[in-house]
Design a binder for this molecule. Sequence first.
Ligand SMILES: Cc1cc2nc3c(=O)[nH]c(=O)nc-3n(C[C@H](O)[C@H](O)[C@H](O)COP(=O)(O)O)c2cc1C
Length: 297
Amino acid sequence: MPEAMTAPMGDGFEQAARDAVYRAMFTRRDVRSHFLPTPLEDEVLAQLLLAAHHAPSVGFMQPWNFIVIRDAARRAEVRDLFLAAREQELPAVVEERQALYRKLKLEGICESALNICITCDRERSKGSPLGRWHNPEMDLYSTVCAVQNFWLAARAEGVGVGWVSIIEPKALKNLLSIPEHVTPIAYLCVGRVSEFAPKPDLETHGWGRRLPLPDLIMSETFGGQGEAPLKSTASRLNGFVVERACAADQRVAPAVPQREPPNEASALSFNSRNFDDASASLASQAGSGTWPAMVLK
Ligand SMILES: Cc1cc2nc3c(=O)[nH]c(=O)nc-3n(C[C@H](O)[C@H](O)[C@H](O)COP(=O)(O)O)c2cc1C
């Protein structure tokens, strides 16, 4: 890729920092099977929650709350909700795929270090619906942005996150004493992991595959043809950028990082001590401007 295409513009990050951002995106995984029985330090969890709390939100509403669930008995009850919901979902799956569905591991509720339920308080900006008058659901989307921030920060910290949506929401609300006007958005299994799989589990097990990006790009209107140069650039870079990030990731990233003892100044800084060295060494291995410069695939 020509150097000019990857050079930072304006306030853009330097190459190693950009590489780290894309690496987090391309190597983030939904984790269900590789949780370790290691506790998660509050210092790390606080940092992930801080990342989530800096997500964008409609009207700066910040509608989220973070329920931290550690109690084994309560988690077992959530797992029962999952098992019941899975049985209810199963008949909706086409018959040929039901056997595969049954085999898939779709949660790590009890094995992970802890669970977090991220909720959306639909009344937090009552009376001042900036950005929500026509689109009241924007508070839900804002909370999803917080989930994604949490997920990416967790990847950079070497922490696995698995999202469990196969749960009947009313039953979950009841179990976690969530009030009527608050919506549970994401139930997450969170903890240290032995590895991050190079591909989505559902791809590995033949459930699905990533769609080709060019097929999803439209021009001017929905379904509009065009943007041929953009699509062919996407095709050309597809795989190269992502696979290279994943391969490099496996060479350098320990799943359980060695952390320095916390001190006050570093405790809540945004410098990821897990990712930084690895990213810097990758940038020097790869030579500046050679990989993740665009989000693809
Ligand atoms: C809104 C949402 C709900 C999800 N619910 C589940 C779930 O209930 N069980 C599960 O195993 N994975 C769940 N996932 C994870 C997806 O299966 C996963 O993101 C997808 O297969 C791609 O894999 P990757 O995240 O590792 O890239 C969910 C993901 C999202 C975004």
